[in-house]
Design a protein around this ligand. Structure first.
Ligand SMILES: Nc1ncnc2c1ncn2[C@@H]1O[C@H](COP(=O)(O)OP(=O)(O)OP(=O)(O)O)[C@@H](O)[C@H]1O
Ligand SMILES: [Mg+2]
Length: 354
């Protein structure tokens, strides 16, 4: 688990006895920031010992984040937020999500005995049921929590709330949201399942098809993607993999490029649908204010390729956020500290134990 208690980036007066947090609860990683300056990034992963022998080696658990990944031979691993939401029917996911959130809130407290309240980001079109499930977990650790859509938090952090489209390419989902100067409504947002996990799966299959007999898993494909992801062939991806057990070098440049490119048509189609919902007078400005966020925004050449696909729409300008890891949690914290708590219910679904 990466932890980084760097100095506070947002100048907000902390309230005594109460810690305010912004949480970006992701499929792959969860980022939390607090008004006391805590800044944590953790893999959204919980591990439980597989049997009595594993328990003897690693303790009774649960084990979280990077540590769980390192000790994976001993553990049953659970990513409780597959597809960015807690799977409604799974008791195991619910328990793991409960333990993960509790663990992270505890870390954020940094030893302080205070109540915790805050804002949690979820995929743009997470169902009402899912938001309620999440709030029922948050209720155990927090006195007040509000659930908002991930791309809205990004827009809020960037102070870019009008005539703007945010495209958040996460691990489980791609969330696209049109900002029109207000809290976005359901019709201005779309979520689809072609994020980083989809790319990893496709890359794995593509390499196996290209080089029969090569051994590659989705987590190896993910590491290759994170190093070489591009859509403009600017990175030559030659990697060492095992072929029938023996190491050898393979050129997977074409595979990486093709798979990264495969998410572009869907992204463009959804941008095209959303743009039509803006006032015609605002469409030109909006097309010049498209923001790419999320880990997938690091795919080299992605912004230029989207611009190319949207050539029929006139001038299109796309910018990529500087800090995809924390921009969402920073936005959630900014929102939580700038909007008085009594107004939170006007922004989204919440609970209030006070
Ligand atoms: N350099 C990179 N190039 C391409 N993809 C990357 C790169 N770095 C990270 N990623 C991918 O970005 C994804 C993680 O992004 P992010 O942290 O935004 O997702 P998340 O918030 O956990 O997921 P979600 O929003 O879907 O719940 C992973 O699939 C990861 O492999
Ligand atoms: Mg995310």
């Amino acid at each position: 688990m990466e932890e980084n208690s760097s100095e506070q980036e947002i100048a907000v007066p902390a309230k005594p006895g109460k810690i305010t947090v912004g949480i970006d609860l992701g499929t792959c990683r969860t980022a939390i920031m607090s008004d006391r300056g805590a800044k944590l990034l953790a893999r959204s992963l919980v591990g439980y010992p597989k049997d009595i022998i594993s328990e003897k080696m690693v303790g009774s658990g649960p084990i979280f984040g990077e540590e769980a990944l390192e000790k994976r031979n001993f553990l049953d691993l659970c990513y409780p937020l597959a597809d960015g939401v807690i799977r409604e029917a799974s008791e195991r996911d619910y328990k793991a999500a409960y333990e993960l959130l509790g663990h992270l809130v505890e870390l954020t407290r940094q030893g302080e005995d205070a109540e915790v309240c805050g804002i949690i980001g979820v995929p743009a079109r997470a169902s009402v049921m899912n938001k309620e499930l999440l709030l029922s977990i948050a209720e155990k650790f927090m006195t007040k929590a509000l659930v908002v859509s991930e791309p809205f938090m990004v827009a809020y952090q960037l102070n870019n709330l009008s005539n703007c489209i945010v495209v958040d390419i996460g691990a489980g989902t791609v969330d696209i949201c049109g900002m029109k100067g207000t809290v976005p409504i359901a019709d201005d947002q779309v979520t689809f399942l072609k994020g980083g996990n989809y790319i990893d799966e496709r890359l794995c299959q593509s390499i196996i098809r290209h080089y029969p007999g090569v051994q590659v898993t989705e987590s190896v494909a993910c590491a290759i993607k994170e190093k070489f992801a591009c859509v403009d062939r600017s990175k030559k991806a030659v990697v060492t993999l095992r072929h029938e057990g023996k190491p050898a070098e393979f050129d997977v440049t074409d595979d990486v490029n093709a798979v990264c490119e495969s998410i572009v048509p869907d992204i463009c189609e959804h941008i095209e649908n959303l743009i039509q919902k803006f006032d015609p007078q605002d469409q030109e400005a909006t097309l010049q204010n498209i923001i790419l966020a999320g880990g997938g925004s690091r795919i080299t050449g992605l912004a230029d390729l989207i611009v190319e696909h949207l050539a029929d729409y006139g001038k299109v300008k796309i910018t990529t956020v500087d800090d995809p890891e924390f921009v969402g949690s920073a936005g959630a914290l900014k929102l939580a500290t700038e909007i008085p708590e009594e107004m939170w219910s006007q922004i989204g679904v919440m609970f209030d134990a006070e």
